[in-house]
Design a protein around this ligand. Structure first.
Ligand code: HEM
Ligand code: NAG
Ligand code: NAG
Ligand code: NAG
Length: 339
């Protein structure tokens, strides 16, 4: 029994270690068409509902920051696990999960049990940017899907739209993401929408020391007040910039004009450390694109360090017994290190 347990721990260690070797050609032999399959579904999704690709590219941020890029955010809640879908930043906000299901189904048809949901998020995010007119790049693959998820970690880690630049700089630093990465990656708000819920505080409650965006254009403030009057259905959405289906540097021009939608957007122009990059990217779209790609690669390199699997369905773990708590996984990993 002890031997068997040791062997299982050894196997778990191996699976965890395997996740560290990411490379572009990971599926070359096992699923050579994987990237085309993902892109085809993304193209169809873009035609059906242009916003859906923006909604999906946001997944890379929400997945990779919470215990690494492991598709933990895609797990539905179970009777024993509160997942990330209902965390503060994700509830009523992350959307288009069904596009991931569609991608997964197509991949399972072509190469059953081969391509991880974590890699799907990485490929789909890249495709979303390419399909909306942004850069296209080579992604590294070979991630595993987590056996669990943590609503608590998502609540603790994911930043609020009220955040100021100094808070965001510190947060990103914890993930080895630089100030430049912060500003370039925030440029993903060049596409997509946000809810009134995310700016009610900004419009009606902010005062004193929390007045972080004195630079807001008064005319823009009026437009926002009109979109989101007090008592409005907080699910009403507005565009994050003037060209929400085109990935370009319009977002940075808007920040300079005081027309950033979220507090966390406008603050990037308010603070000197981030302002220089906002100005740079507003003038040089190529520089924005190349720094953005660099940031996405760094974000995609964040690993979980926990054991994983290739899920058959991105919403559930393959077997209920593979559903271990983080604590028990930690214990097992510690055992491995002691060995
Ligand atoms: C820097 C800190 C960030 C904060 C505070 C933040 C916050 C938000 C918020 C509040 C929304 C709107 C949610 C809603 O109202 O339902 C949003 C939307 C979005 N975010 Fe971020 N975000 C950040 C960084 C990022 C990064 C790094 C990415 C991608 C790499 C990203 C991609 C997106 C996209 C594409 C949307 C639009 C989604 C849609 O239309 O469905 N964000 N973000
Ligand atoms: C917003 O939409 C979600 C579903 O996406 C719903 O559960 C919630 O009740 C809605 N909120 C309001 C205020 O209508
Ligand atoms: C930024 O936000 C943090 C956290 O909310 C707060 O403690 C800090 O005082 C703010 N910094 C500035 C310069 O406003
Ligand atoms: C950040 O980089 C340091 C030094 O290279 C490394 O020890 C640490 O694990 C990294 N942190 C993350 C979250 O990747």
């Amino acid at each position: 029994m002890a031997m068997l347990l040791l062997f299982q721990i050894f196997l778990l260690h191996l699976t965890a270690a395997a996740a560290t070797d990411l490379c572009p050609s990971y599926y070359r032999d096992t699923c050579p068409n994987a990237e085309n399959i993902v892109r085809d579904v993304m193209k169809r999704a873009f035609v059906r509902e242009p916003r859906s690709v923006a909604s999906l590219m946001r997944f890379q941020f929400h997945d990779c920051l919470v215990n690494g890029c492991d598709a933990s955010m895609l797990l539905d809640d179970t009777s024993t696990m509160l997942g990330e879908k209902l965390s503060l930043s994700n509830i009523d906000s992350l959307r288009s999960y069904e596009v991931v299901d569609e991608i997964k189904e197509s991949l399972e048809k072509a190469c059953p049990g081969v391509v991880s949901c974590a890699d799907i998020i990485i490929m789909a995010s890249r495709d979303a940017i390419a399909l909306t007119g942004g850069p296209d790049w080579e992604v590294k693959l070979g991630r595993l899907d987590s056996l669990t998820a943590s609503q608590e970690d998502s609540n603790n880690i994911m930043p609020s739209p009220r955040a100021n630049a100094s808070f965001l700089i510190e947060l990103f630093q914890k993930f080895n993401l630089s100030i430049k990465d912060l500003v370039a990656l925030s440029g993903s708000h060049s596409i997509g929408n946000a809810r009134c819920f995310s700016i009610m505080f900004r419009l009606y409650s902010q005062s004193g020391t929390e007045k972080l965006d004195p630079a807001i254009d008064p005319k823009f403030k009026q437009e926002l007040n009109k979109l989101c009057p007090l008592g409005v259905d907080q699910n009403v959405t507005g565009n994050l910039d003037a060209t929400p289906y085109v990935f370009d540097n319009q977002y940075f021009k808007a920040l300079i004009a005081g027309r950033g939608f979220l507090n966390s957007d406008q603050t990037l122009f308010t603070f000197p450390e981030t302002q220089q990059f906002v100005i740079l990217y507003s003038k040089d779209q190529d520089m924005f694109f190349s720094d953005f790609v660099e940031g996405m690669l760094k974000l995609g390199d964040l690993q979980s360090g926990f054991p994983g699997e290739i899920r058959r369905n991105c919403r559930v773990v393959n077997s209920p017994t593979s559903h271990l708590s983080f604590e028990s996984q930690m214990l097992m990993m510690d055992d491995v290190k002691v060995m």
